[in-house]
Design a protein around this ligand. Structure first.
Ligand code: SF4
Ligand code: SF4
Length: 242
């Protein structure tokens, strides 16, 4: 699959997924707190490290969509803030600005799935099977009787399914029934698309070039951050190895 095809698929995939999340919000208003997340807890503090893991087969595409968003939408001041975040070595995502996601419409799929989805797809490469990580952020810790910053994972029993949708109702411990989004079909599609193929050095070069356009002052800080995060090595002749 070419980079262009892969980007088109991923953008459409996320749009379809978001439509299902909207259906979930309508059914289970509990989760709508995430729409106006009060403190960005999922994006930092070393609790939910929602970074572009090297294990993500679409990490180049995810970076691409986010950096394209930065290039087209960030003011010069926002680009400078991004550089400060990169250089700060803080444990939060570099796109977290004042506890808000600065690339929200373009954020990665991994950022969209937590905390209200569950998958029963049997290959656990990218998504735990039948498990839900209970949010312990300030918005939900009290609701789910978990301590702030505690990581609690449950495998809830399915009580009901809404006909014609991917919404399911589950029973969590110490909690009345709650509706979730069953992400099994999406995880299946994600894995089928992944196919074990690595992106070429040319594609990584193109991404670094996009980082150059997106970043402040030629995007050097952003390019270096990407190279480090993704394990890319710049050889003396200028080529990239990974
Ligand atoms: S789980 Fe909490 S921290 Fe995470 S997005 Fe929702 S409200 Fe925000
Ligand atoms: S891209 Fe946005 S939603 Fe994802 S971890 Fe970073 S700040 Fe959070």
């Amino acid at each position: 699959m070419s980079l262009h095809e892969s980007l088109t698929w991923l953008a459409d995939f996320k749009e379809r997924f978001d439509d299902d999340v909207k259906r979930l919000y309508a059914k289970e208003p509990l989760w709508s707190k995430c729409q106006n997340c009060p403190d960005g807890h999922c994006c930092g503090h070393g609790i939910y490290p929602v970074t572009m893991s090297r294990l993500n087969p679409f990490r180049l595409e995810e970076w691409w969509l986010q950096l394209e968003y930065v290039k087209d939408n960030f003011s010069e001041d926002e680009k400078k803030q991004l550089v400060r975040n990169v250089l700060s070595k803080r444990p939060h995502c570099i796109f977290l600005f004042d506890n808000r996601c600065s690339v929200h419409p373009a954020r990665a799929w991994a950022c969209r799935v937590h905390p209200y989805t569950i998958s029963f797809h049997t290959n656990p490469d990218y998504f735990p099977v039948g498990q839900l990580a209970i949010p312990s952020c300030p918005a939900f810790a009290h609701t789910f009787s978990v301590k702030k910053n505690e990581i609690v994972v449950q495998s809830p029993a399915v009580l009901a399914k809404e006909p014609g949708s991917r919404l399911i109702q589950v029973k969590l411990k110490k909690r009345k029934p709650v509706w979730l989004l069953d992400a099994t079909d999406y995880v299946n599609e994600f894995e089928n698309r992944a196919g074990g193929e690595e992106r070429s050095a040319e594609d990584w070069e193109a991404l670094l070039s996009l980082a150059g356009e997106a970043g402040s002052k030629g995007g050097i800080a952003l390019q270096m951050y990407l190279e480090k995060m993704q394990g890319l090595t710049r050889m003396p002749d200028g080529s990239i190895r990974f």
